[in-house]
Design a binder for this molecule. Structure first.
Ligand code: ZN
Length: 287
């Protein structure tokens, strides 16, 4: 009997502690938290678009200095994935790389870095694949690309650490499972390392100041817009082609060597096998 009494007490304790965890999960939308509802309305009332990537489209001037308060007593930060960086923000393969690539395995959970609202959650044809964009309460947006699965709906409220989806390799620009992670302010990308110290899994500071210098890729600012033409200056690979039309006598290996790429990479990009017969006149992607 004593055993059953103990078991009963244990069950009650477990039930109580579990329910308090769940009750705590979204505290800012329980009860009459008008501050949170105000904040939700503030960030979703303007330039809010569930179907397009860059809703600001240069319609707003950015001040010389942007003060971003990243955390306070109510808001916290969670690493999107705890892992190493595979590829840095900056100039890469003759084009700007507007985010960081974080190593992961397909199916690994990808978490929201900060609290916010889902602005975009769908497949993107432009190369991002399955993409989730969260707009945070300070105006910052974070992009989570190449997901194998999306778990959230547009316009839903997100807490830092909520699982947005599973990592993967969707989208035409993906060559192996990873999370392409971007930080943008009014559509303009800047280096996520300016706010997140990935090596120790924390923020660089509670508040950061961004200036025009933070919005530079490949030696040129992209401050004035996402449609900006990037400079090729300084790139060693500037004469590399992006596509190639198959000619008589071509082999994948010869094409790969001539164009400083690999058979594996060409196969991946074009969804073909190394032993596939190449059709004359077919245009294949090289990078
Ligand atoms: Zn990337």
């Amino acid at each position: 009997m004593q055993f059953f009494q103990r078991l009963f007490i244990l069950l009650v304790i477990t039930a109580l502690s579990t329910s308090s965890i769940y009750a705590d999960k979204n505290p800012r939308f329980e009860g009459n938290d008008s501050t949170c509802i105000d904040m939700f309305e503030e960030i979703t009332s303007e330039y809010w678009d569930n179907d397009n990537l860059y809703p600001y489209s240069n319609s707003e001037n950015i001040p010389d200095t942007i003060k971003l308060k990243l955390t306070d007593e109510f808001r916290c930060f969670v690493m999107p994935v705890e892992t190493r960086i595979n590829s840095q923000f900056g100039w890469r393969w003759n084009r700007p790389h507007k985010g960081l690539d974080l190593h992961l395995q397909t199916g690994d959970p990808v978490k929201a870095a900060f609290d916010g609202v889902v602005r975009y959650a769908q497949y993107n044809n432009g190369g991002y694949g399955n993409l989730v964009i969260i707009r945070h309460y300070n105006g910052l947006e974070t992009y989570y690309a190449h997901l194998s699965k999306i778990n959230v709906e547009p316009n839903s409220i997100i807490k830092a650490g909520d699982i947005l989806g599973e990592g993967g390799c969707s989208g035409s620009r993906c060559t192996g499972p990873h999370l392409h992670f971007e930080t943008r302010y009014k559509d303009k990308p800047f280096n996520p390392l300016d706010i997140i110290a990935f090596e120790n899994g924390s923020l660089t500071s509670e508040t950061v100041m961004l200036t025009k210098n933070n919005f530079v890729i490949g030696g040129k600012t992209n401050f004035d817009g996402s449609n900006f033409t990037y400079s090729n200056k300084g790139s060693k690979k500037k004469n590399l082609k992006y596509s190639y039309k198959i000619k008589n006598g071509d082999t994948l290996l010869a094409i790969a060597i001539r164009n400083k790429t690999s058979v594996k990479s060409i196969c991946r990009l074009n969804k073909i096998k190394p032993e596939s017969t190449l059709k004359l006149g077919r245009v294949i992607r090289l990078r």
